[in-house]
Write a protein that binds this ligand. Sequence first.
Ligand code: NAD
Length: 498
Amino acid sequence: MTDLTHFIHGRHVQGTSGRSREIFNPVRGEPTAQVPLASPEEVARAIDSAQEAFGAWSAMNPQRRGRILLKWAELINTHRDELAETLSNEHGKTFDDAKGDIQRGVEVVEFGAGAPHLLKGEFSHDAATGMDVHSLRQPLGVVAGITPFNFPAMIPLWKAGTALAAGNTFVLKPSERNPSVPLRLAELALEAGMPPGTLNVINGDKEAVDTLIEDPRVKAIGFVGSTPIAQAIYTAAAAQGKRAQCFGGAKNHMVIMPDADLDQAADALIGAGYGSAGERCMAISVAVPVGEATAEALRAKLLERIAKLTVGPSLDPSSDFGPVVGADAKERIEGYIGLGVEEGAELVVDGRGVVVEGHPHGYWIGATLFDHVTASMRIYKEEIFGPVLCIARARDYEEALRLPTEHEFGNGVAIFTRDGDTARDFASRVEVGMVGVNVPIPVPIAYYTFGGWKASGFGDLNQHGVDGLRFYSKTKTVSTRWPSGTKEGASFTMPEGS
Ligand code: NAD
């Protein structure tokens, strides 16, 4: 059993709260480490450190900060395999998928190196007689990120990469299920030249999060996780007058039109539905074939492919996907499979009871397929977050468009079609934040922004890209007049746009 730590002011710091939690290897179903759960005093120390580091980091010219970010990205790449192995061992996703988790995070750090261009202000010469006006984008100060278990590298890097590029210092509170990769990322940041305190990692649970929200020195909260927690944190942070962007759960649909290439659509569904055991906020969990003929043909193609899937150890290259993250997740997902049957959906493939040789205690669930799922069922309405794909048949295009549009969540959606007109209409009318046209998991690249709508996101700016930099900086507008432009005498009226 390894004793994990916090990472404060450039050093590993043992927990002192007396509270801790076990970290499990989901393949073995055994604890491998203990993570300390921080007390308010320990969180305050991480904030002290970030506050102390803020002066020098924010004063450093942004290009020099950018060079440190590039060095950080380079070190993460150098250590990619080691990081991916640690990530797989604590999360359960396959080694190749773990490398992708790291890669999509590194891309945002690389984007941060170009931030000086986007942090430039505006300037208007002679905006009024003898008066110039310019704007500045300034960092907020100490900001915090609270991140979920399912992307232990990508989401911390999305948040920290952007916040640090904008000149803030950062306190990360990663998921208490898999904190080893975030801790290692912080070590590498130090090695890249980031001064101690610029990036701190504090491990913990609600108590640590509450302290981050309540401490007035923390100026912004970036959160990703489940919807009830996202909404609660957004509300609490807003009540403290803080900026908050809180991203929540999802139920992503994929509409399959009769003219789609059904082999491509079926392949896409298998990867997007079962990859990472369905534990992705952009996983497809609802397939919406349009018309009975499409539904029947698609179902047959899915069945052929599901029969060939291998669920197995994360580090075994022949595994298509690994175990789910924990015993509690397995129990919840199996509960939903039972519920679907009770609700009257047709359980076409049942992933419960899968046995993986040599790993009797792993948190295994095989690919599961429901058909004839309707919009009133809880397995349709709620996020299952496991390898469970539901087919909800639609009579026509309008009905297919209504399903994701009227769903409580609005993270991602996809349409598979060869018809440009239909795709264009869908992208324009669907009430979902990220849309794929023949792309099953439309996670926007680093220089675009990521964010869901409705119950999938609280706050008004997306993550990374230009929105991310705006979230982590504030605008100051300066009006300047020098003596030669000043009119004589006092003025008692509002100037009228002179
Ligand atoms: P979670 O909500 O349980 O935990 C997320 C974070 O919140 C963790 O750091 C956790 O320690 C903290 N937390 C948990 N309970 C808390 C409480 N009561 N008060 C304060 N903090 C608390 O989520 P998870 O299980 O780690 O992650 C899976 C969820 O995240 C899914 O719902 C998934 O859809 C969502 N997710 C969303 C996105 C997105 O961008 N929209 C991306 C990834 C994951």
